[in-house]
Write a protein that binds this ligand. Structure first.
Ligand SMILES: N[C@@H](CCC(=O)N[C@@H](CSS)C(=O)NCC(=O)O)C(=O)O
Length: 299
């Protein structure tokens, strides 16, 4: 049974991205990411597979107050190893996040980034230095360095659960959005980790790092607003105290993205935001996924 399950996973056809603009996902890349997960002893049993996706998923939303950043902890709680990943960890809160991972008995396998952040240094480098074996992930399009460079359509497995990668450039060139899997044993409703592409009742600025309001408008409308309306939206930042929204809610009430493209462009050109305070430090560090001076920070 176990052998069959493993084999059937490896030979599963790749579900195609909902967007026809992306190149089809290749089987080799799928197997590559799946293989890393298999090295963790990825398998399931008949009784595990009867659990609903939400029962399998352990989920925590964590906050870093100086940059108003959300980090997300996800784990497959029904898997014997409890493999886990952190989406957009921050250096200042890396120790807090790692303590939680330890307390909950999870095995952290990935520190995964939505993009090269300009307002804070990622916790990825520190986490890698403190938990050997953790792999860093960022998009290939970001031109940053990491252990795994993901592309649209890739699936990042943690146990039997996975995140699908969607390209959502516009805030930066290399921004991606991660969506929980679509399938009987994946979380329902689906969850989307939008980074800075879509914020609750807002969106990421488009005035630096290859930003473009036209591109962001297209990204959100084709890659996020095409998800089921009950999909839960989890952004990388919130400046007003919101924690979660839904795709349907943002399609109806987002004051920027409900406008037509010209209206959106006009809003984005007149935001008049100050440059992030940490930008000159954060961008170079994040191009290396936070591995710039890990030894000094780890002590
Ligand atoms: N004041 C903060 C930076 C605030 C900011 O610019 N946030 C970015 C995301 S982080 S680059 C953004 O896109 N904001 C959109 C908005 O509408 O606020 C700092 O100095 O760090």
């Amino acid at each position: 049974m176990l052998r069959f399950r493993l084999l059937s996973f490896s030979l599963s056809p790749i579900s195609s991205s909902s967007s026809p603009v992306f190149k089809p996902h290749t089987r080799n890349r799928f197997l590559f990411l799946k293989k890393l997960s298999s090295q963790m002893g990825s398998y399931t049993t008949a009784s595990d597979s009867q659990l609903s996706g939400s029962k399998k998923l352990l989920f925590r939303q964590l906050f870093e107050k100086d940059s108003s950043t959300y980090t997300y902890l996800l784990a497959d709680a029904s898997h014997p190893d409890k493999p886990a990943l952190l989406v957009d960890p921050v250096d200042k809160t890396a120790d807090r996040d790692l303590s939680l991972v330890k307390e909950l008995g999870l095995k952290l396998i990935y520190a995964i980034n939505t993009h090269v952040h300009a307002d804070h240094v990622t916790g990825t480098g520190l986490i890698k230095s403190k938990v050997p074996g953790v792999k860093s992930i960022i998009s290939k399009a970001s031109n940053a360095q990491a252990d795994l460079l993901i592309e649209p359509g890739d699936k990042v497995y943690f146990g039997d659960l996975f995140l699908e990668v969607r390209a959502t450039p516009g805030h930066t060139l290399g921004c991606v959005t991660y969506v929980t899997g679509d399938g009987p044993n994946q979380p329902q409703p689906r969850m989307v980790f939008t980074g800075d592409a879509l914020l609750i009742r807002g969106c990421g600025r488009t005035d630096f790092q290859g930003g473009s309001s036209e591109t962001l408008y297209k990204s959100v409308h084709t890659q996020i607003f095409t998800l089921p309306k009950d999909t839960l939206v989890y952004p990388a930042h919130d400046y007003k105290g919101f924690t979660v929204s839904t795709v349907g809610e943002e399609m109806k009430y987002n004051p920027r993205l409900t406008k037509d493209e010209a209206g959106f462009k006009g809003i984005m050109e007149n935001l008049n935001l100050a440059y992030p305070k940490m930008m000159d430090v954060a961008v170079p560090a994040n191009m290396l996924c936070g591995l710039q001076d890990v030894e000094s920070k780890a002590n």
